[in-house]
Design a binder for this molecule. Structure first.
Ligand SMILES: Nc1nc2c(c(=O)[nH]1)N[C@H]1C(S)=C(S)[C@@H](COP(=O)(O)O)O[C@H]1N2
Ligand SMILES: [Mo]
Length: 326
């Protein structure tokens, strides 16, 4: 059997070495229980990994009701991996920088302003966000444009719940997400890697798609800072950079917003950035990916799926040339 050596000295088999049938059977049973409502929120965690972190994070519990319509059966990424291998350039460009430095960011009190082309602009704090709609737990794949992916249980609700409360006008064609720019806590802002603040955007129908998750937590707790506390979006059919962290403003606008990555390198990062194995990045292939914590450096990469496997969004793009609008 192939043995993966962990830095802590414990030898573990590759997950792929564990009998796939046993995993499949237990997962199927698990999902059935989930659908039947006999498993409570937060219990979605693989028990061992939960016990390993639950006592140490000190974060507030935030367990959503599992929504069986939004569950991928892939093995979940461990909490350890999901919170130490991050992209959050405001803290630095190293994968380990966010987990080392994000604690400095003050995430309470926090307000998010909803403005622009809406009949009812509003400012919400974390408490108001939490009460706005029932919190669900959804297990999504997230595929980074760099060629790696994770599977994470998120806590939140469809962004459409918030959108209907503010009543967008007919001029609202796009939604812009502006994220926090706190120079005292974020050393990465000193370097002009991007034109700060980090801004992302979606077309209004993409923002209203039920998959687009306004996210307040993960693994049954509030978000750790490195994953975008206190509020971020998760858009699972798009490359990870569309899922903006630590949002302070949501603006409804007429024109396609100028987004940070698209402005920095328009030939590399399109506005749409749907996961698409047929459209390569100019400097690398997008046909396959490595699942963090699962695929070792010498194992074969797994194929990337169109729309990251979320084929239900295909109708949003009917008639569009996705090579042109990449
Ligand atoms: N504000 C902000 N949001 C961000 C980023 C960032 O640098 N700043 N990085 C993005 C990228 S490239 C990815 S892949 C995801 C990673 O999310 P995760 O760390 O929760 O896995 O966050 C996205 N959101
Ligand atoms: Mo990314």
């Amino acid at each position: 059997m192939l043995i993966k050596r962990k830095p802590n000295g414990i030898d573990l088999p590759f997950p792929s070495e564990i009998t796939p049938r046993a995993i499949f059977e237990s997962r199927r049973e698990f999902i059935q229980k989930l659908a039947a409502g006999s498993i409570a929120g937060g219990a979605l965690l693989e028990m061992a990994s939960r016990e390993a972190f639950a006592e140490t994070t000190g974060l507030q519990k935030l367990a959503g009701k599992p929504n069986p319509n939004y569950v991928v059966l892939d093995k979940q990424t461990t909490y350890q991996d999901a919170t130490t291998y991050n992209n959050y350039y405001e803290f630095g460009t190293d994968k380990s920088a966010p987990s080392r430095y994000a604690k400095n960011l003050k995430t309470r009190p926090w307000t998010i302003a909803i403005e622009g082309e809406v009949k009812k602009p509003m400012t919400l704090d974390f408490d108001a966000l939490q009460k706005l709609a029932p919190i669900e737990e959804r297990i999504y794949r997230l595929r980074c444009v760099e060629g790696w992916s994770m599977v994470i249980p998120w806590e939140g609700y469809s962004l459409s719940e918030l959108i209907k409360k503010v009543e967008p006008t007919s001029n609202a064609k796009y939604v812009e997400f502006v994220t926090v720019e706190d120079k005292s806590a974020m050393n990465g802002l000193r370097r002009p890697v991007l034109d700060w603040p980090y801004v992302e955007g979606l077309r209004i129908d993409e923002a209203n798609h039920p998959l687009t998750l306004l996210t307040l937590g993960m693994y049954g707790e509030v978000l750790p800072n490195q994953n975008g506390a206190p509020v971020r979006i998760v858009v699972p059919w798009k490359y990870g950079f569309k899922s903006a962290k630590s949002i302070v403003k949501i603006r409804f606008v007429r024109d396609q917003p100028r987004t940070a990555w698209n402005a920095a390198a328009p030939n590399e990062y399109g506005f749409y950035s749907n996961v698409n194995p047929q459209v390569d990045h100019p400097r690398w292939s997008q046909a396959s990916e490595r699942r963090i914590g699962e695929d070792g450096f010498f194992s074969k990469k797994r194929p990337t799926l169109m729309f990251n496997g979320y084929s239900q969004v295909a109708s949003l793009y009917s008639g569009m040339d996705l090579k042109k609008y990449f």
